[in-house]
Design a binder for this molecule. Structure first.
Ligand code: ARG
Length: 466
């Protein structure tokens, strides 16, 4: 159709083009093209609103929308590939629209600025990605839950300070990560409420004399509310920081689990074996099977934390309202979201089919330490001995056993009774690992019945989740 694009983007105030190095330096098209769909969605809503409000005629609005949809089709066919001269995705779309529609295309930007536009695009983009991360968290939780359900009475050493502390149910251990993931989902849902507020119509910073209807565009784009203050609307990036903070915690949780899997897969622990689906070999050592997947997850957590610091530092000194510094928010968000999605998927696959727990090794581990010492003390407490006194007595007993190189379970009844007359023949049963675990019936504890309750609750919750 009519081809009448302006030779440069700027007004006639400018006489010279940008220095090529500065053109490259200034441009964000290389990465913000990722916002194309959202930019088109925002512009379609804006054009329709301009028509309804009588700022442009309804047929003009219709033609603008058709032009925008034509650009969407071109992009789908791989035929929309703006270069550096477009500077950013917003200009790229507007230029193409003017190429397609002629002078009418120049009406789209009425009552709008790239400042409110980019904020709108980013929020639309983030809203979708938060939903994708939520779905990825659910898949990850399901993978953990299926494993937990497969091991309702497998035991695993429980640690504090990475020293054997007390045995726990393997399911209980895995469910702890399900709890973390649930909190991550709640946190993201909360952040999403603040992402879902529309800045469009704040224009450059002060609002606009054009008789627009901000609520119409906000409603059409599915936003829950509009920003109350135009200055705040174009300069708020709290939602980006909050999202990155929430993603950082997701990554911290994944990284902790990754670290455990790495330990568990070592020869020293031997609690899990890695399947060929998720492990890698060494280019040199033929015997090696390496846990690259959890190592990468652990390593990638650093980039997301880095983006959080980057965003905070980027906003901290900015006067109101828009500053170009904000252009830096995009790569952080894009990379943070992609990293988090990739890691959630990788950890879900790892638990779905990348590892096998080794019940025999786990069984042997919990039977071969002093992690039942607290239960000996609790045994005496149940028979009227004050806890601190029992604690001291058992400490002495453990010391003696260490010297004799025997376990508490191997001590004959006479030894127990020498230590304290309250011991009876049932002491051996009381300190068997399975009994030690079963006895921890306090709410939230690792006792089998408690864990069964938690498994059922998690199952119910996940079955109800789409
Ligand atoms: N590419 C810009 C960004 O990412 C779009 C907004 C530019 N606004 C401006 N006044 N220069 O923030």
């Amino acid at each position: 159709m009519v081809a009448d694009p302006s030779p440069t983007t700027w007004s006639d105030r400018f006489e010279q083009g940008l220095h090529p190095a500065i053109e490259r330096f200034n441009a964000s098209i290389g990465f913000d093209i990722a916002l194309l769909q959202e930019d088109l969605d925002g512009s379609v809503a804006h054009a329709r609103m301009l028509g309804r409000c009588g700022v442009i005629s309804e047929p003009e609005a219709e033609r603008l929308i058709e032009g925008l949809e034509a650009i969407r089709s071109e992009a789908a066919a791989g035929r929309f590939t703006p270069g550096l001269e477009a500077e950013d995705v917003h200009f790229a779309v507007e230029r193409r629209l003017i190429e397609l529609l002629g002078p009418l295309g120049k009406k789209l930007h009425t009552g709008r600025s790239r400042n409110d536009q980019v904020g709108t695009d980013l929020r639309l983009w983030l809203r979708r990605r938060i939903d994708a991360i939520d779905a990825a968290l659910v898949r990850f939780e399901r993978a953990l839950l299926v494993r937990a359900e497969a091991h309702p009475d497998t035991l695993i050493p429980g640690y504090t300070h990475l020293q054997r502390a007390q045995p726990v149910c393997l399911a209980h251990h895995l469910l702890a990560y399900v709890e973390m993931a649930e909190r991550d989902r709640q946190r993201l849902a909360d952040v999403r409420r603040r992402v879902n507020i529309c800045p469009l119509g704040a224009a450059a910073l002060a609002g606009t004399p054009v008789p627009i209807d901000r609520r119409q565009t906000a409603a059409e784009l599915g936003f829950e509310a509009i920003y109350a203050n135009s200055l705040d609307a174009v300069s708020d990036r709290d939602f980006a920081v909050e999202t990155m903070a929430a993603l950082s915690l997701v990554m911290a949780h994944l990284s902790r689990l990754a670290e455990e899997v790495i330990l568990w897969a070592s020869e020293e622990f031997g609690f899990v074996g890695l399947t060929d689906r998720c492990a890698t070999g060494s280019s040199l050592m033929p015997q090696k099977k390496n846990p690259d997947v959890p190592e990468l997850v652990r390593g990638k957590s650093g980039r997301v934390f880095g983006h959080l610091m980057g965003l905070l530092t980027m906003i901290k000194g900015l006067p109101l309202a828009y500053n170009k510094d904000f252009q830096e928010d995009k790569e952080a968000l894009f990379d943070g979201v992609r990293t988090c999605l990739d890691c959630l998927e990788a950890m879900a696959v790892l638990f779905e089919e990348g590892l096998d727990f080794r019940p025999a090794r786990l069984e042997a581990a919990v039977a071969a330490d002093y992690s039942n010492a607290t239960d000996v003390a609790d045994y005496l407490v149940a028979r009227g001995v004050p806890f601190r006194e029992a604690y001291q007595l058992v400490g002495g007993l453990v010391k003696a056993c260490l010297l004799e190189q025997r376990l508490l379970a191997d001590l004959p009844l006479e030894r127990w009774q020498q230590l304290h007359p309250a011991f009876e023949a049932d002491i051996h049963a009381a300190i068997a690992p399975r009994q030690v675990v079963a006895a921890r019936r306090s709410e939230g504890g690792t006792g089998f019945e408690r864990v069964a309750e938690q498994l059922a609750l998690a199952r119910q919750r996940l079955d109800r989740t789409p």
